[in-house]
Design a protein around this ligand. Structure first.
Ligand code: SF4
Ligand code: SF4
Length: 122
């Protein structure tokens, strides 16, 4: 099954993967939880948007203002997010293709990711 194109929701660049739950001790998990981490899909994640994300309004391509940056606007595609260093982004970013694992890396696949296998573009 082929994946669909990226809808530029920015969600995969918003979460930092600290590791897999199954590889962590109870104490590590507790420590991460105390530091504000989230457990989801068997992963420990921190919400920390990449500083290289660039937000723009889908309607006219203009830079999104602070008031535009709501989760709802991103989820509905009213505001989109793109990588400002796309041509020079890190290798780990290039490996992301909407799959959990690739080349030894573990990725978080956001619910809204249109690149995830079997999902339709939003
Ligand atoms: S460098 Fe670009 S692709 Fe990589 S996490 Fe940041 S915004 Fe996303
Ligand atoms: S989560 Fe998927 S659709 Fe959203 S920006 Fe990342 S690759 Fe694109």
């Amino acid at each position: 099954m082929t994946s669909t194109p990226c809808s530029q929701c920015g969600e995969c660049c918003r979460w930092l993967v600290l590791g897999e739950i199954q590889e962590m001790s109870a104490d590590e998990r507790r420590y991460h939880a105390l530091r504000g981490a989230t457990e989801r899909q068997g992963l420990v994640l921190v919400e920390h948007p990449c500083t290289m994300l660039e937000y723009y309004r889908a309607e006219d391509g203009a830079a999104a203002g602070a008031g535009d940056l709501t989760d709802d606007n991103l989820a509905r595609g009213i505001v989109r997010a793109r990588c400002s260093v796309h041509g020079k982004k890190p290798e780990v970013c290039r490996l992301y293709e909407g799959k959990r694992r690739r080349d030894g890396m573990v990725f978080y696949i956001p619910e809204r990711c249109t690149m995830a296998a079997g999902k339709k573009k939003q």
